[in-house]
Design a protein around this ligand. Structure first.
Ligand SMILES: NC(=O)c1ccc[n+]([C@@H]2O[C@H](COP(=O)([O-])OP(=O)(O)OC[C@H]3O[C@@H](n4cnc5c(N)ncnc54)[C@H](O)[C@@H]3O)[C@@H](O)[C@H]2O)c1
Length: 448
C-alpha cells in the first residue's frame, strides 16, 4: 500500500514537468566549427546517416529503482526532452557564410556528408553579430550590428529573439563563439541595475558575449556558454536568470584534455597517489587555435583549464600528496593539424614511501567531434530545466557541470569537477525532477 501511495505521489510530481510540445528554437552565437558540426550532425542523425555518439540525451540510459528492478530506460524516454525533429536552428556570426560554407571551411566533417546535407545547411544564414575586436584580437568581422551604445546593440539582439520566438514554441541560446579576452567582474556586473547603466555608458567591462546573454536572459531564454568567457558568471546575470526563470550553467565545453584530467585525477585521489607535476600541452590548427594564440584570449582559456585539478585534489585536505603540484597548460597554434588537436599530458606521480612514477597521455582527438554532442545536450537539458517546476527560479543549473570545464555554483560553494560525481548529480537531478527515488549506491536493502 505504502509503495502504491509513493508511486501515485511520484507520478503527480512527474506530471508537473511541462511536455516538450512544438518547436524548440536554438539560437547559436558563432556558427564556426563546433556549431556547424552540431547542426550538420543533428541533420545527419535525423536522416539516418550517422549515430549521435557522445550524446547522453540521445544514447544514455538511466537506472530507475533497485538494481533488481531491471529498469533502465533511455534518458530521452524518461524525461520529456525536445525531439531532434522539432529543433530549428538559427544564429549569428561576424562572417556572412551560411552553415554549409562555414562547415566546409571548418573542415571537420567529410565533404561527401556535407554535400548530402547542403540544401538544408545553406538555408541557415547568420544574422549580423554584436562584435568588437577589442575582445577578440585575432578576428575582424564585417557582418556586425551597429548601434550608438551597447544598450542599443542589446535591444537589437532582443528584437532578433522576439522575431524568432514568433516562429517556434520555445527558445534556448548557446554561445559557440570565440574566446574573448580575460575579464574580471567589476562594479558594472554587481546588479541588473548597474549592468543596464553600463550598457548605456558603453562600459568596457561588458563584452559582446554578455550583451547576447543579457538579451537572452531578459527574454526568459536559457543560456549556455561553450567558451571560457566571463559572460554569465557575474551577480547581475545570476539575478536576471533567477528573475526570468532563464536557466544558466557553467562555461567552456569539457572535451579533450580537461575531460581526461577530470577522469584521471579522481582516480589518483581515490588511491591516495601523490602528484608532483602535471604538464599539459596542445597543438591545434583551427580558428579557435588561432584566436587562442593571442595571449589575452589564451589567459581566459588557461584560467578555465587550470581550475579543475586544484578542486579535485583538495590540497588543503591532503597536503602530503598534492600541496606542491607543478601544473602547467600550454596551447600552441599549429595550422597543419586543423581541428584534429593533439593533447599531451605528462603526469609525475608518487606512490608508497614516495617512490616516483610517470604517466603519459597522448590524446589525438577531434575537437568539434567531442564538443558537438555536448552543445546539443546542453541545449536540450536547459530547455528541460526551464520546464521543470522543481528547478524553477534556481538560475544556476549545477547538475550540468558534467559538460563544462568551469562549473558554476552558488556563492560560497566549491565547484565539483570529478566527472563521475558530476554524472551522478546529473542523473539524480533527472530522477528528482521526475519524482523518482534518488540513487545513493548504499545498497544495504539487497542484503536485508
Ligand atoms: N571544440 C572544442 O573542443 C571546444 C572545447 C571547449 C571550448 N570550446 C570553445 O567553443 C568556442 C567555439 O569553438 P570553435 O572551434 O567552433 O571556434 P570557431 O573559431 O570555429 O568558431 C567561432 C565562431 O564564432 C564567431 N564569432 C566570434 N565572435 C562572435 C560574436 N561576437 N558574435 C557572433 N559570432 C562570433 C567566429 O566568427 C566563428 O565563426 C570557442 O570559444 C572555443 O574555445 C571549444
Amino acid at each position: 500500500m505504502a509503495t502504491r501511495k509513493k508511486a501515485v505521489s511520484r507520478s503527480k510530481r512527474a506530471a508537473k514537468v511541462a511536455p516538450a510540445k512544438g518547436k524548440l528554437g536554438v539560437m547559436v552565437v558563432g556558427l564556426g566549427a563546433v556549431a556547424t558540426t552540431m547542426i550538420a550532425g543533428v541533420e545527419a542523425v535525423l536522416r539516418g546517416l550517422a549515430k549521435p555518439i557522445g550524446s547522453l540525451t540521445q544514447m544514455g540510459t538511466i537506472r530507475i529503482g533497485k538494481r533488481t528492478d531491471n529498469r533502465s530506460p533511455k534518458i530521452q524516454d524518461f524525461v520529456p526532452l525536445a525531439d531532434l525533429n522539432d529543433i530549428v536552428f538559427t544564429g549569428w556570426d561576424i562572417f556572412k557564410d551560411n552553415v554549409y560554407e562555414s562547415a566546409a571551411h571548418a573542415n571537420v566533417l567529410d565533404k561527401e556528408l556535407l554535400q548530402k546535407l547542403k540544401p538544408y545547411l545553406e538555408k541557415i544564414k547568420p544574422m549580423p553579430a554584436v562584435f568588437d575586436q577589442h575582445y577578440v584580437k585575432r578576428l575582424n568581422g564585417t557582418h556586425v550590428k551597429k548601434g550608438k551604445n551597447k544598450k542599443e546593440l542589446a535591444e537589437q539582439v532582443r528584437a532578433d529573439i522576439k522575431a524568432f520566438k514568433k516562429t517556434v514554441d520555445r527558445v534556448v541560446m548557446i554561445w559557440c563563439g570565440s574566446t574573448e579576452i580575460f575579464l574580471e567582474p567589476t562594479a558594472v556586473h554587481k546588479s541588473i541595475k548597474a549592468f543596464e547603466k553600463g550598457l548605456e555608458a558603453n562600459d568596457p567591462g561588458i563584452a559582446p558575449s554578455q550583451i547576447y546573454a543579457y538579451a537572452a536572459l531578459s527574454e526568459g531564454v536559457p543560456f549556455a556558454n561553450g567558451a571560457p568567457n566571463l559572460t554569465v558568471d557575474v551577480p547581475a546575470m545570476i539575478e536576471l536568470s533567477k528573475k526570468n526563470n532563464a536557466p544558466i550553467c557553467g562555461k567552456d565545453f569539457k572535451t579533450g584534455q580537461t575531460f581526461m584530467k577530470t577522469v584521471l585525477a579522481p582516480a589518483f585521489k581515490a588511491r591516495l597517489l601523490g602528484v608532483s607535476g602535471w604538464y599539459s600541452t596542445n597543438i591545434l590548427g583551427n580558428r579557435d587555435g588561432e584566436v587562442l594564440d593571442d595571449p589575452e584570449s589564451f589567459k581566459t582559456k588557461e584560467e578555465s583549464k587550470l581550475g579543475s585539478l586544484e578542486y579535485i585534489f583538495q590540497p588543503e585536505l591532503y597536503p602530503a600528496l598534492y600541496k606542491d603540484i607543478f601544473h602547467k597548460v600550454r596551447i600552441n597554434y599549429y595550422p597543419p593539424r586543423g581541428d584534429n588537436k593533439e593533447g599531451w599530458d605528462n603526469i609525475d606521480i608518487f606512490g608508497w614511501l614516495g617512490y616516483p612514477m610517470q604517466i603519459k597521455v597522448d590524446f589525438l582527438c577531434r575537437d568539434s567531434i567531442l564538443a558537438a554532442p555536448i552543445a546539443l545536450d546542453l541545449v536540450l537539458f536547459l530547455d528541460l530545466a526551464k520546464r521543470a517546476p522543481t528547478l524553477r527560479g534556481l538560475g544556476i543549473q549545477e547538475w550540468l557541470s558534467f559538460y563544462l570545464k568551469s562549473p558554476q555554483v552558488a556563492e560560497g560553494l566549491y565547484p565539483e569537477h570529478d566527472l563521475f560525481i558530476q554524472l551522478m548529480k546529473l542523473k539524480n537531478t533527472l530522477r528528482h525532477i521526475m519524482g523518482a527515488d534518488l540513487i545513493t549506491h548504499l545498497g544495504l536493502e539487497y542484503y536485508d
